[in-house]
Design a protein around this ligand. Structure first.
Ligand code: SF4
Ligand code: SF4
Ligand code: SF4
Length: 167
């Protein structure tokens, strides 16, 4: 995933400056479902971890603010056919650990493992350096709990929705 920091705060929030709107969809929202969103903000108010914000008038998650509990409260309160309620809330993404990882650079760190609810990150012992993280993509729920605790900002979500700048 390209760093959000490469996009100005103004363009991230508005989609102006000919920059596409980068959006991390709440669990259970497909891009075609997002078209039905009126921007009412009910999901923002309902999220127990306060990770939903309206970006260009529609919801987007911020895992630097916290994790998704996959509680489905956002889907429950949404008055429009935005969410797929036929299945339990789930993400279409997992996360990836980049080469900025401290352990991969010789510094012992297991913050991501300690933060991961389903224990999808294991550390493989090796001789001559810190243990290295190994992500089990099949076990990763995409909850984002490992993202904020990473001191090197080495964990990111992919893929995310990319909308045209002037949709
Ligand atoms: S599923 Fe729950 S925790 Fe996750 S974004 Fe929706 S309301 Fe927030
Ligand atoms: S509750 Fe539904 S319609 Fe309202 S902002 Fe959230 S996704 Fe959009
Ligand atoms: S996104 Fe959630 S489930 Fe996946 S590795 Fe990070 S903490 Fe674990």
């Amino acid at each position: 995933m390209a760093a959000l920091g490469s996009i100005s705060r103004r363009s991230f929030l508005t989609g102006r400056d000919d920059q596409p709107v980068r959006r991390l969809l709440p669990p259970g929202v497909a891009e075609d479902g997002l078209a039905a969103c009126t921007g009412c903000g009910s999901c923002v108010d309902a999220c127990p971890t306060a990770i939903i914000a309206l970006v260009a008038g529609k919801p987007s998650l911020d895992f630097l603010a916290g994790e998704c509990l996959l509680c489905g409260d956002c889907a429950t309160v949404c008055p429009e056919p935005v969410f797929d309620r036929a299945v339990p809330p789930a993400f279409a993404h997992v996360v990836a650990i980049s080469d900025a990882c401290l352990a991969r650079n010789g510094v012992s760190c297991m913050s991501c493992r300690d933060a991961c609810p389903p224990m999808a990150i294991a550390f493989k012992p090796r001789i001559g350096g810190p243990f290295l993280p190994q992500l089990d993509e099949a076990a990763c729920t995409g909850c984002g709990a490992c993202i904020a605790p990473c001191p090197a900002q080495a964990i990111a979500v992919t893929p995310i929705s990319m909308e045209p700048a002037h949709a």
